[in-house]
Design a protein around this ligand. Structure first.
Ligand code: RTP
Ligand code: MG
Length: 139
């Protein structure tokens, strides 16, 4: 079933010039970018995006990281896009991620882990709407 997911190439990966490699992995896996923008999030924007984590000890540090430089924010479309993207990303902690996954290749540690991907249809709907009005999505 074709679906959409929100992906973010986080500031650490943008700084390392990994945008091209990561977008190429999405395309080769059948995940088509149907919207994308480079944006430097404010801390408030990051806090709203990660509101589900606001009680976690890493919340403040995570939001500082996400607002530390530009990110590439994308909507990816394809069959089973949500799970397919999570599989491409690998585990949250790059040290535990499978060989060949984006986080294994480009991540540094459990916080600076290169990419984000929606984890359910409900979070995908919220996250896509958080960054993109419908008219900016070309599905
Ligand atoms: P994401 O939401 O970014 O796709 O990552 P995820 O589902 O694999 O992991 P999640 O539990 O949702 O955590 C969100 C992001 O918070 C940072 N984090 N830091 N210091 C820590 O223990 C810790 N744990 C998580 C990571 O940047 C993680 O991707
Ligand atoms: Mg998550």
């Amino acid at each position: 079933m074709s679906e959409r997911t929100l992906a973010i190439i986080k500031p650490d990966a943008v700084k390392k010039n990994a945008i091209g490699d990561i977008v190429s992995r999405y395309e080769k896996a059948g995940l088509k970018p149907v919207a994308m923008k480079l944006m430097h999030m404010s801390k408030r924007t990051a806090e709203g995006f990660y509101a589900v984590h606001k009680a976690r000890p890493f919340f403040d540090s995570l939001c500082s990281f996400m607002s530390s430089g530009p990110s590439l924010v994308l909507v990816l479309q394809g069959d089973n896009a949500i799970k397919k993207n999570r599989d491409l990303m690998g585990a949250t902690d790059p040290a535990k991620a499978d060989a060949g996954t984006i986080r294994k290749v480009h991540g540094t540690n459990i916080e600076f882990n290169a990419v984000h991907g929606s984890d359910s249809p409900e979070t995908a709907a919220f996250e896509i709407g958080y960054f993109f009005p419908g008219m900016e999505i070309f599905g």
